[in-house]
Design a protein around this ligand. Structure first.
Ligand SMILES: Nc1ncnc2c1ncn2[C@@H]1O[C@H](COP(=O)(O)OP(=O)(O)OP(=O)(O)O)[C@@H](O)[C@H]1O
Ligand SMILES: [Mg+2]
Length: 258
């Protein structure tokens, strides 16, 4: 479904700050399953997402999505097939617009429209139905500006919007990390309901190893831009994953101190 081959990225090349993030990196992601990427801060997880979306240009390598080479396509073009939700609840939504207007934007994604014509020919019934599905009462606040919503409500809205056009690939970059534990769990559960119901191939990034086991099918651990573990979630326990995670970090810091 997603095939990444020989991907390379170095920030600030040929300068004292040069930082190689990926070098000849390969990754294959299967259709319709939820894969989670874990790994310590700074190991390149978000950079990988940015390279996939085209937010950051790669130095070399190919990215094939559903048989199509997207490596050279601009971010805007890729966004028609790739939905993304990030950690910041204010990033995936337009804060100064209403819930209805935000939903209309996601329904018109890929079309030409102006702010003035945004609500023209918008299927409000469909929007209400989509909002009702997540059961947070968002359908009763259609004309409320999104800036007045809670972080959890915003993230749910961002998620519905990112999945609205059934993207070929959905990227979730720690999308519940800024939420309290209870809301975080609710959004994780709603995410799973949505991606399984709509059959959306998903890659998520998470630091919560319990969620990783519970809410994904495949787990990939990155360390310094390399895959150091690749297992199915039902083949590993939380304890074992935690042990492997800590072992890798310890090994790395040992290497750095040598
Ligand atoms: N646009 C950029 N320009 C320069 N350096 C960058 C850029 N984006 C990321 N980096 C650097 O690349 C490294 C990897 O960053 P990245 O954000 O991918 O890490 P991460 O694995 O997502 O970490 P975290 O778990 O903290 O989110 C970091 O050292 C970061 O400073
Ligand atoms: Mg990150």
């Amino acid at each position: 479904m997603l095939k990444i081959n020989n991907l390379s990225k170095t920030f600030y090349p040929n300068s004292p700050e040069e930082q190689r993030i990926f070098s000849d990196f390969d990754l294959n992601i299967e259709r319709n399953i939820c894969t989670t990427i874990i790994g310590p801060n700074g190991c390149g997880k978000s950079t990988l997402f940015n390279l996939i979306t085209g937010n950051i240009p790669s130095d070399a390598g190919t990215i094939i999505l559903d048989g199509k080479d997207i490596s050279k396509l601009p971010e805007e073009e890729r966004s028609k097939d790739i939905g993304k939700v990030s950690q910041d609840p204010s990033k995936g939504v337009a804060n100064n617009l209403t819930i209805l207007e935000n939903m209309a934007i996601s329904m018109k994604k890929g079309e030409d429209f102006t702010l003035r014509s945004l609500l023209k020919n918008v299927d409000e019934e469909y929007i209400v139905k989509k909002l009702q599905e997540v059961n947070l009462g968002l359908e009763n606040k259609l004309t409320t500006k999104v800036k007045y919503l809670s972080g959890g409500q915003k993230q749910t809205l961002a998620l519905i919007m990112a999945a609205m056009k059934k993207p070929k690939l959905l990227l979730l970059d720690e999308h519940t990390a800024a939420l309290d534990p209870r809301t975080s769990r609710i959004i994780m559960e709603k995410t799973q309901d949505l991606i399984h119901k709509e059959k959306i191939t998903t890659i998520q990034i998470s630091h919560n190893l319990r969620y990783v086991i519970e809410f994904s099918e495949r787990i990939i651990m990155l360390q310094k831009g390399k895959v150091v573990l690749d297992v199915m979630a039902n083949e590993i326990t939380e304890e074992e994953l935690t042990r492997l995670y800590n072992e890798n970090i310890e090994k790395e810091s040992l290497n750095e101190n040598l």
